[in-house]
Design a protein around this ligand. Sequence first.
Ligand code: ATP
Ligand code: MG
Length: 391
Amino acid sequence: MKEIILIKNGEIALKGLNRSSFEDLLIKNIRWRLKPVGSFVIRKAQSTIYCEPAEEGLDLDDAADRVSRVFGIAAFSRALAVEKEFDAIAAAAPGYLEETLLAASTFKVEAKRSDKRFPMTSPEICRELGGILLERFPHLTVDVNEPDVVVYVEVRERAAYIHAGKIRGAGGIPVGSSGRAALLVSGGIDSPVAGYMMAKRGLELIGIHYVSPPYTSERAQQKVVTLMEKMSRYCGNMKLFVVPFTEIQEQIRDKCPEDLFTIVMRRMMMKIADRIAKNNDCAALITGESVGQVASQTVLALACTDVATQMPVFRPVIGMDKEEIIRIAREIDTFETSILPYEDCCTVFTPKHPRIKPKMHFVEEAEALLDGEALMEKAISGVEVIDIRGR
Ligand code: ATP
Ligand code: MG
């Protein structure tokens, strides 16, 4: 008799012939995520993944918490595995579900038998176990339509499993199943959310962060590391590329028309990101831009930044209100870090009147005033790479 985690995968079930490789990747991700908790035997059978502790005293709360952040899992249950005998089920269920049942006033039992050799039918299991639970918890009544708690008994191939329902998983598809992309990550609220959303669609991430010392501080950079550590609970291991951006910004300040500072800077960010991404097997860039949020995010400004790279640029929060983005930031626990008031290089040398409808040929003219190629090469050769270890 031991407690295990039963996982039902989500969309993966739809992937036809690729299903098996998706499942294998999901299992690999789960295995990796559970490693710090201890040793588990993880196997799949009939679109269910079984995670069984392989040693005594493992922290199942921690394991369930970790599983709840693995993309590719629609729902999971904590269940007690018992021998496939009704007496064993009846003996174990009241104790295992005690806390849940004491907090409820109505319940019902649902039984499923995939092993048809089990001598009782599903309705018989429900009736018998229901009776035993009523006797043991006299405050309960049965409600088959809207019970507070459903007690599930699943008689499967190797054992019978008792649980009190499903817990919602993180959804999405397994990280790595869609390849890799580079997230332009600032210390703000939006880009960590954008990264989380694309990791949910199966992308493994690297982060690219621009710093402009002495205008930006060590603390501001550390904030981005902290944000990525928080993201890593969903996104796994990531590398963070920290790009020195001071010289580029100073040259933009010295040489370009002030109203184009921001747009030229954003294009330089995209161009450098494009190169780092290509060197690191990334097939797309990701930003936290949202239409109309600031001057550099008008449709025309976005059009100018878009053409600075030939890679697809994913902007998953493009149509979201700040409130909606903040809701996700709170959910993934990045919000409190994001609002720490450290400067970002985007707020250095900001023009008083940024052009909100930049014309491409003026932008290109302004850019031609820079030592573009030399600056970019120098910035890239000065990159510091930080390993973000998945938590
Ligand atoms: P965020 O909340 O993500 O900082 P924002 O609303 O503050 O976004 P901007 O500062 O204009 O908007 O930045 C838009 C996007 O540009 C960010 O979401 C991020 O993808 C990228 N970005 C901004 N600053 C940096 C930086 N210092 N390093 C890397 N990427 C950046
Ligand atoms: Mg920002």
